[in-house]
Design a protein around this ligand. Structure first.
Ligand code: NAP
Length: 551
C-alpha cells in the first residue's frame, strides 16, 4: 500500500532548553520548516528551569555559556556573574525565546510519552501524555543528558514525614531552611554547590557523603566588565571558533608544561597560583599531563588533599573529607565556593557513608549503622540517571519493531551520538557517544544543531526523504568511543559517566572523551565523504510499493 498519512509538521523537537530552542530557531528561521516543540515544564529553560537549588550555577564562565547564532544577541546580552547563576541563565533563555518569538511553536506542560517510526509512511508518530498525536518527518531529541533525577531507593524512603527534595526538581518558590534540621545526601556538583548555602540558612545541617571529593575554589564574583567589553565582545568570532576547536569547548590555552619535568618547588608555586586564580584554570593552566598521566595527576591530587588538610580544622573531618579512592578529574571536576570551609561551622556535621552506611529512612530522619539522625528536611543531591534515563522514559520504536530500550540494554549505541541504527530520521542533540557532558554544553549543542540542520537542508536539496546510521558505522564508532575512554583517567572512578551511580545500569562510558575539536573534525570529514556511514535515500517501503503499483 502506498503511503497515506501526511506529516502534520516537518519536525517534532522534544525539550525547550538550550538544545530545543536552538534547534527550533535553526529549523524555522534558517530552513523554513514547520516545527512543533514539546516541553514538560511550563516555561523554557530545560536544566535551568528544573535545577533551582540554592547555589546553582554553571561551571563555565558566562561569556562562553551562550548561543552564538546571533551576533546581535552576543553583543547585547550582559552577564553579571563571572559564572552564570541559575536565575540569570534562565532569564537569558527566556530572553532568547521572546526575542526570536520561539514560544509560539512550543507546547508547554506536555511530555512526549511515545514515538514510533511508521515505515510505510516514513513518519514519526509522536504521542504525548495529553493523548495528542502528531506525525512528523523528523524527530529531534533535545531532552538533555542530565535530566532524569535519581532518588535512591533507600528502605523507608517514602515513610519520611518531613519535606524532601531532589536538587533537579527544586520548588519554584524555594525552600525555607531557617531554623530547620537538614540532611543533604550526596556531594557531587549539586551537593558541593548547595551545601555551603544551606549551611548558612539552616539551624543544623548533616551531610551524608558516599565519596569524598576534590574541589577547587571557583573564585566566583561579578563579571569583569572590562574583560567583557574589551576582550570578549570585539573578539567573539575568534573566541567561539577557538572554543569549537578546543578540547572542552572553552577558548583557553592549555599549559605546555609537564608536571614531572619541574622541581617540587616550581610545581607547588604553579599549583598555588592556579588555586588562587581558581576555577578549572587550576587544571588546564598548570600542566598538560594532569588529566593524562597518573603520576602527574597524583601531584595535583595531593596538592588539593593538602589544601583540605589546611582548611578543615577538625582532624576527624579531614580524614573523612580527603579523597583517596580516585584521582582528580576521574569523576566530574568540581569548583566551589566555601565548600571545605563549611565544615568548620558549628552547625554542620558529616557522616561518612563508607564507614557508616545508611540503613533506612524513618518517619523522622535517617538511620545509619551508628545511629539515628532526626531531621526536618532531606535534600537528595544524588544525581541523575544520566544520558539514557530520559530516553527510556519514552517508548521509542524504530523500524522492524526495534525498541530503543532493548537496543540499548547493554549500554547506549549510536553513530556519533547523533543517530541510532534502525531509527531513521531520529536525531539526538548531544546524545551518548558525543562529547556532550565532557564539554561546555552550548558549544556541543550548537555543533549538533548546525550539523543536523545542514543534513536536513542537504536532504531537501537532493530530494532525499530518509537518513539512517548504518550498523557497521555505528559499531565502529561505539568501539572508538570505548577505545578513547579506556585510555583516560575516567576509568579510575565509579562515576555517572560510566552509569556506576544507578544500580543495575550497564557499566559503559557514555560520552565521547576525544575532545570537542577532534569530534567536530570527525563529523566534518564524514560530511565531506558524502555522509559516510549514513544511508540517505527514499524509504524502502515507499519505493517497493511504487514498484508494485508499476510506478
Ligand atoms: P552526581 O555528580 O552524580 O553526585 C551525586 C552524589 O550523590 C554523589 O556524591 C553520589 O555519591 C551520591 N549518591 C548517589 N546515590 C547515592 C546513594 N544511594 N547513597 C548515598 N549517596 C549517593 O550528581 P550532581 O551533583 O547532581 O551532578 C550531576 C552532574 O550535573 C554533574 O556532574 C555536572 O555534569 C552537572 N552539574 C553541573 C553543575 C555545574 O555546572 N556547576 C552543577 C550541578 C550539576 P558517589 O560519588 O559515591 O556516587
Amino acid at each position: 500500500m502506498a503511503s497515506t498519512k501526511k506529516a502534520d509538521v516537518d519536525a517534532v523537537v522534544i525539550g525547550a532548553g538550550f538544545a530545543g530552542l536552538g534547534m527550533l530557531y535553526r529549523l524555522r528561521e534558517q530552513l523554513g520548516l514547520s516545527v512543533q516543540v514539546f516541553e514538560t515544564g511550563d516555561d523554557v529553560g530545560g536544566t535551568w528551569y528544573w535545577n533551582r537549588y540554592p547555589g546553582a550555577r554553571c561551571d563555565s564562565e558566562s561569556y562562553i555559556y551562550c548561543f552564538s547564532f546571533s551576533d546581535e544577541l552576543l553583543q547585547d546580552w550582559n552577564w553579571s556573574g563571572k559564572y552564570p547563576e541559575q536565575p540569570e541563565i534562565l532569564s537569558y533563555l527566556q530572553h532568547v525565546a521572546d526575542r526570536f518569538d520561539l514560544r509560539r511553536n512550543i507546547q508547554f506542560e506536555t511530555r512526549v510519552t511515545a514515538a514510533h517510526y511508521l515505515e510505510d509512511d516514513n513518519l514519526w508518530r509522536v504521542e504525548t501524555n495529553l493523548g495528542e498525536v502528531v506525525h512528523a518527518r523528523f524527530l529531534i531529541s533535545g531532552i538533555g543528558c542530565i535530566s532524569t533525577g535519581n532518588v535512591p531507593d533507600i528502605p523507608g524512603r517514602d515513610s519520611f514525614k518531613g519535606d524532601s527534595f531532589h536538587t533537579g526538581a527544586w520548588p519554584h518558590d524555594g525552600v525555607d531552611f531557617a531554623g530547620k534540621r537538614v540532611a543533604v545526601i550526596g556531594t557531587g556538583s549539586s551537593g558541593v554547590q548547595s551545601i555551603p548555602v544551606i549551611a548558612e540558612q539552616a539551624g543544623h545541617l548533616t551531610v551524608f557523603q558516599r565519596t569524598a571529593q576534590y574541589t577547587i575554589p571557583a573564585r566566583h564574583g561579578t563579571v569583569d566588565r572590562r574583560f567583557l567589553d574589551e576582550e570578549v565582545k570585539p573578539n567573539y568570532t575568534e573566541l567561539l571558533e577557538k572554543a569549537r576547536r578546543s578540547a572542552g569547548g572553552i577558548p583557553v590555552d592549555f599549559s605546555e608544561r609537564l608536571a614531572l619535568e619541574v622541581s617540587d618547588e616550581e610545581r607547588n608555586a604553579i599549583y598555588e597560583a592556579g588555586w588562587r586564580e581558581g576555577g578549572h584554570r587550576f587544571i588546564f593552566g598548570s600542566f598538560r599531563d594532569i588529566m593524562a598521566n597518573l603520576d602527574a595527576n597524583h601531584t595535583a591530587s595531593e596538592f588539593i588533599r593538602n589544601k583540605i588538610r589546611e582548611t578543615v580544622k577538625d582532624p576527624n573531618l579531614v580524614a573523612k573529607l580527603v579523597p583517596t579512592d580516585h584521582p582528580l578529574g576521574s569523576k566530574r571536576a568540581l569548583i566551589d565556593t566555601n565548600y571545605f570551609e563549611t565544615y568548620n561551622r558549628d552547625n554542620v556535621a558529616l557522616v561518612d557513608l563508607k564507614t557508616d552506611p545508611i540503613e533506612c529512612i524513618t518517619e523522622t530522619g535517617i538511620r545509619t549503622a551508628s545511629g539515628e539522625f532526626d531531621v526536618d528536611i532531606i535534600v537528595f543531591a544524588t544525581g541523575f540517571d544520566a544520558m539514557t534515563g530520559s530516553f527510556f522514559k519514552m517508548d521509542i520504536q524504530g523500524r522492524d519493531g526495534a525498541r530503543l530500550k532493548d537496543d540499548w540494554s547493554e549500554g547506549p549505541k549510536s553513530y556519533l551520538g547523533l543517530q541510532v541504527h534502525k531509527y531513521p530520521n531520529l536525531f539526538m542533540i548531544t546524545g551518548p557517544g558525543s562529547p556532550s557532558v565532557l564539554s561546555n554544553m552550548p558549544v556541543s549543542i550548537e555543533q549538533h544543531i548546525e550539523w543536523i540542520g545542514d543534513l536536513i537542508a542537504h536532504m531537501r536539496d537532493e530530494e532525499l526523504d530518509v537518513v539512517e546510521a548504518q550498523a557497521g558505522a555505528q559499531a565502529e564508532w561505539v568501539t572508538h568511543v570505548n577505545d578513547v575512554a579506556s585510555q583516560t583517567l575516567y576509568m579510575h572512578a565509579n562515576s555517572w559517566y560510566l552509569g556506576a551511580n544507578i544500580p543495575g545500569k550497564p557499566r559503559v562510558f557514555m560520552p565521547y572523551a576525544g575532545g570537542v575539536g577532534a569530534y567536530r573534525a570527525h563529523c566534518e570529514a564524514i560530511v565531506d565523504d558524502g555522509y559516510r556511514g549514513f544511508t540517505l535515500g527514499r524509504p524502502a517501503a515507499q519505493v517497493a510499493s511504487e514498484h508494485a503499483a508499476g510506478g
